[in-house]
Design a protein around this ligand. Structure first.
Ligand code: CO
Length: 175
């Protein structure tokens, strides 16, 4: 079988307005969605990420892909369509980054454990539970689908510092 060519999508950076816009629910489950999900995984790996949400490739839809094992364990490859956090427990405070905010890393408080309900590429509902890094990735990516970035979840002071750093990089043509 010929290997299909997948498009590698460019990841947009803050302050692209698509990142601040809540994504639309996915209603159609067919080969196009499957292909988009495959392309999202490839685009994520290309960008050296462990999570990618559709708005980050300028597609304002509720789709996200996660692989906290970064290709090491196929079982950890998760595609979530229309995901929702249905339960959360505890707290964790760890450093976080984002492909749309390169070079910016800050500690973000998140739930230690979450349960998420989502549809797969065929439209079937399933649940996934995660703790530690997976819990963080699930919360971070679902935030993207609501137009929320991790810098929206840190103190005003730290956010201002991050924005100043971004401005400086923009000025130097590094952003
Ligand atoms: Co992100």
């Amino acid at each position: 079988m010929a290997k299909k060519t997948l498009t590698i999508h460019e990841v947009v950076k803050y302050p692209d307005p698509v990142l601040a816009k809540p994504g639309e629910a996915v209603m159609e489950f067919g080969p196009e969605l499957k292909r988009l999900v495959d392309e999202m995984f490839e685009s994520m790996y290309e960008a050296q990420g462990i999570g990618l949400a559709a708005p980050q490739i300028s597609i304002s839809k509720r789709i996200t892909v996660i692989d906290v094992s970064f290709k090491k364990n196929p079982e950890e490859k998760i595609a979530l369509i229309n995901p929702e956090i249905v339960e959360r427990k505890g707290k964790q405070l760890e450093e976080e980054g984002c492909l749309s905010l390169p070079e910016i890393r800050e500690k973000v408080q998140r739930a230690a454990w979450v349960k998420v309900r989502a549809q797969d590429v065929t439209g079937k509902w399933f649940e996934v539970e995660g703790e530690e890094l997976l819990s963080r990735a699930l919360q971070h990516e679902i935030d993207h689908l609501d137009g929320v970035l991790f810098i929206d979840r840190i103190s005003r002071l730290k956010r201002d510092l991050a924005l100043r750093k971004i401005k400086k990089m923009q000025k130097n043509g590094e952003w």
